[in-house]
Write a protein that binds this ligand. Structure first.
Ligand code: ADP
Ligand code: MG
Length: 254
């Protein structure tokens, strides 16, 4: 087993035209922890997620997954290596049914892939994917909508479907960009419970959410960003009193 953090980001940089969206961000994520990424709008959180998962090419910097530099690899390659993200704006395939979306997510499933390649039949594998999809859809209260087109779901239901689809890939590192946005409050507790369960199973979670109190509650470590830089990082109780971060959130407001 490799020692050290499961994910390490060093000096990441991304500019759009003249705008520096991420400006030398560095941080570490330990395996099996929940890490919250916070900061005011435009701080560079979503761009950081895109750089870490390979959806944007970094201008500079490195991304180490289990100690290996993956900064030059594609999102598909990073997903195969166990790092999967959801998007702030959902990307589910609206012309496909809920259950088909889930099965698509399962095609990158890594869990028992090797075993199945050696010993399992294709129908075993399909049955396993169907079973996993059913369990996740029930958990996310989407089972009754399994034959509905994804395009007919509400915004919140689409976010849940996207979470489900990401989990179908059986990731080791899951990056969630505002998974609660637009989700019915009765289901946000469900998502929080799910995050706790996933963590207990050894999954590593990096999460961006607007609700700072919620992030402080569920995270083992919190990273505070402002203007593309990491201002502070540490245990929630330390970060929530960080003066620079408070200034970033509330500075300039009278
Ligand atoms: P956050 O998720 O913290 O709100 P973002 O990472 O979305 O912040 O954005 C950081 C900065 O980069 C913002 O000023 C935003 O307008 C800019 N930005 C993000 N994505 C793009 C893009 N694709 N093209 C141009 N500017 C972008
Ligand atoms: Mg964002």
């Amino acid at each position: 087993m490799s020692a050290g953090p499961i994910l390490r980001v060093e000096g990441l940089k991304k500019t759009f035209g003249g705008l520096v969206a991420v400006d030398g961000a560095s941080f570490e994520v330990e395996k099996g922890t929940v890490v919250g990424l916070i900061g005011p709008n435009g701080a560079g959180k979503s761009t950081t997620f895109n750089l870490v998962t390979g959806f944007y090419e970094a201008d500079d910097g490195d991304v180490y997954l289990r100690g290996e530099n993956v900064v030059d690899t594609s999102p598909e390659e990073r997903s195969k290596r166990g790092m999967v993200r959801t998007f702030q704006i959902t990307r589910e395939l609206t012309g496909m049914k809920v259950r088909q979306n889930m099965h698509l997510g399962g095609q990158d499933h890594r869990g028992e892939k090797v075993v199945h390649a050696l010993a399992g039949t294709a129908s075993d594998r399909e049955a396993e994917i169907a079973d996993r999809a059913e369990r996740l859809l029930k958990h996310l209260e989407l089972w009754d909508l399994r034959d509905e087109y994804a395009g007919n779901l509400s915004g919140g239901q689409r976010k849940l479907l996207e979470l489900g689809r990401a989990l179908m890939a059986d990731p080791d590192v899951l990056l969630l960009d505002e998974p609660m946005a637009g989700v019915n409050p009765s289901l946000t507790d469900e998502i929080i419970d799910m995050i706790h369960e996933l963590k207990a199973d050894g999954l590593t979670v990096l999460i961006v959410e607007h609700d700072v109190d919620m992030i402080m509650n569920i995270s083992d470590k919190v990273i505070g960003m402002h203007q593309g830089r990491v201002l502070t990082s540490g245990p929630p109780e330390v970060v929530q009193n960080d003066e620079d971060l408070l200034e970033a959130y509330f500075g300039g407001e009278v």
